[in-house]
Write a protein that binds this ligand. Structure first.
Ligand SMILES: [Zn+2]
Ligand SMILES: [Zn+2]
Length: 326
């Protein structure tokens, strides 16, 4: 649009008067037509149709063991005996993403992971005492709460007498090489109890494998997609080859509550995957599933029931599940 035309239109828009929000909600004004302008976006829509037709892996892939797949409200077994530990994964047997005492028994005997990356400081993800018990060499936390984490670990060490690992800050979009993996922090749509804390999700890469581990987050933010090179405005031809995403809420959970500000439902994951796949920003090998984790006890039933009612390619992960992401 020419500047002159814009000014003409701008001059026609009346100054906003005080509006009763309730009346507005009941009688919303007619919306202008949505979608791309006639003739498409000038210069093409950069995020669209970005990746190749098929994905051919160049390496062995990343092996993930789900140590825990439960949301914060899992504080012990359900009435029917089912149990989900707090969400945590072990990548290639070496690198943990979040770790609490609840998942300690899911680490295979004889393995001692060297590294933990934390997504945020909620206690269903972050448990310094459990980390000290495990004894990793290094732990990574977001730069926005690095000082607090150092203090937490110091206190936990005073109590248990176990040595404090090296604690390192991670910044958004900064790739970190660890144990053959390249790990990049992306912003989550979530908040801990500390409003200044930037909570994180992670892109985990090895050879051509690009796996997204997205918990806790309400959907995938435009900034996260941008940092991963798969956003609407990303100029690269990058794409994800694997997705693990939280579905704290079920497909049609009964009543929205505060969780919708900071967590995803199964429907939201389904839609996210559809958009990424349609725009060639998610290209898995044939038949690969998108795995759901961080399932709230309040919203999800038994694994058998869940498995029957999930839209392809989504699948519910469970504690102890191992998946190879090519
Ligand atoms: Zn959580
Ligand atoms: Zn959380």
């Amino acid at each position: 649009m020419k500047r002159r035309d814009f000014l003409k239109i701008a001059a026609m828009v009346p100054v906003a008067a005080a509006v009763d929000p309730l009346a507005l909600a009941q009688n919303p004004p007619a919306r202008p037509p949505q979608g791309p302008p006639p003739g498409g976006f000038p210069g093409g829509f950069p995020g669209r149709n970005a990746g190749p037709a098929v994905y051919e892996p160049t390496g062995p892939g990343i092996r993930v063991r789900f140590l825990g797949t439960g949301g914060a409200d899992w504080r012990g077994p359900a009435a029917n005996g089912d149990l989900r530990r707090h969400a945590s994964i072990l990548a290639d047997g070496k690198v943990l993403f979040d770790f609490t005492a609840s998942a300690a028994d899911m680490i295979p005997a004889g393995l001692r992971p060297e590294v933990i990356f934390y997504t945020h400081s909620h206690d269903d993800h972050y448990d310094p005492a459990a980390a000290l018990e495990l004894g990793p060499r290094r732990v990574y936390v977001g730069a926005t709460w690095f000082d607090r984490a150092k203090e937490d670990f110091r206190k936990a060490s005073e109590k248990s007498g176990k040595p404090v690992p090296e604690i390192l800050p991670v910044s958004l979009g900064q790739p970190i090489e660890e144990q053959g993996l390249t790990v990049t922090a992306l912003p989550a749509n979530h908040a801990s109890n500390f409003v200044e804390e930037e909570t994180l999700i992670y892109l985990i890469e090895k050879d051509s494998t690009r796996l997204l581990y997205a918990t806790d987050t309400g959907g995938l933010t435009a900034r996260a997609a941008g940092y991963a090179g798969i956003g609407q405005f990303s100029r690269s031809r990058k794409f994800l080859t694997g997705i693990i995403m939280e579905a704290t809420m079920s497909m049609d959970y009964p009543e929205p509550d505060f969780r919708m500000f900071s967590h995803s439902s199964v429907a939201m994951v389904r839609d996210t995957v559809q958009v990424l796949a349609k725009n060639r920003r998610y290209i898995p090998v044939e038949g690969q599933k998108v795995w759901l984790t961080h399932l709230a006890k309040a919203y999800h039933t038994t694994q058998a029931e869940l498995d029957q009612a999930v839209p392809d390619p989504l699948k519910y992960a469970y504690d102890g599940l191992e998946v190879l992401f090519p």
